[in-house]
Write a protein that binds this ligand. Sequence first.
Ligand SMILES: C[S@@+](CC[C@H](N)C(=O)[O-])C[C@H]1O[C@@H](n2cnc3c(N)ncnc32)[C@H](O)[C@@H]1O
Length: 242
Amino acid sequence: MSDRETWSEDDSQKFMELSDLVVPSREEQARLICDLIPAEPGEHFMGVDIGCGEGKLSKAILERYAEAQMTLLDGSESMLTRAAENLGEYAYQIDLRAFDLFQTDWLDELPRRFRCIVSSLAIHHLDDAGKRALFARLFEHLAPGGALLIADLVHPPTEQVADAWANEWDRDVREQSLARTGSLHAFELFQDGWNHYRTPDVEFDMPSLLSDQLRWLEEIGFTGIGCFWLRAGHAVYGGYKP
Ligand SMILES: C[S@@+](CC[C@H](N)C(=O)[O-])C[C@H]1O[C@@H](n2cnc3c(N)ncnc32)[C@H](O)[C@@H]1O
């Protein structure tokens, strides 16, 4: 048994309560990922969402691509239950599965012809070696022309960048909290250790340098690699299988 700190149902409850307020520009990130998927709106294709949580990113994809078929993977029972509720209208287009990100058996059970593999705020729980190995396995599961598109925290290259991202994240959460709820309650909860760039929990959250991740993607054989968006240490990045 590994003694590594893992995501708990308590984490799921807190994240479901606060995610729209504490993740910078979530809808903008999801919209951009939809724009980057190599498909036409009416086309049938298969996608997978790794660490899908409540299924918000997959829902954005299904809203944009009416014929898409999404496999949603998560390790939290309450997240999968919520995802099933949130995606009720797409019940025939989704396949919800429990998985453990720290294992690899779930990859064996996935087909090898995905048009897109997406993931938001989950892969940073793997260390450098874990991410690189996962990217290599995911490459095998993409159809030619398919995309790996990730929205996640990335490691700051310097202390100064960490401070700048921490400040920017605080400002964003303060603004989002006020604009959407008329109060600073969510911002105050966020101050209790949520800002990774101010109080990193290095056993739990292991974002890697963006430059390293883009290099790994290139070494594995991805093309069209890039960071397509970045704010307060949250990046949207990825690449395409030739
Ligand atoms: C921060 S949430 C992000 C959820 C969703 N992708 C989003 O952006 O709203 C992280 C998700 O990863 C899942 N997760 C974390 N560690 C995991 C693991 N070892 N195996 C499977 N799922 C895990 C959690 O259950 C949670 O739903």
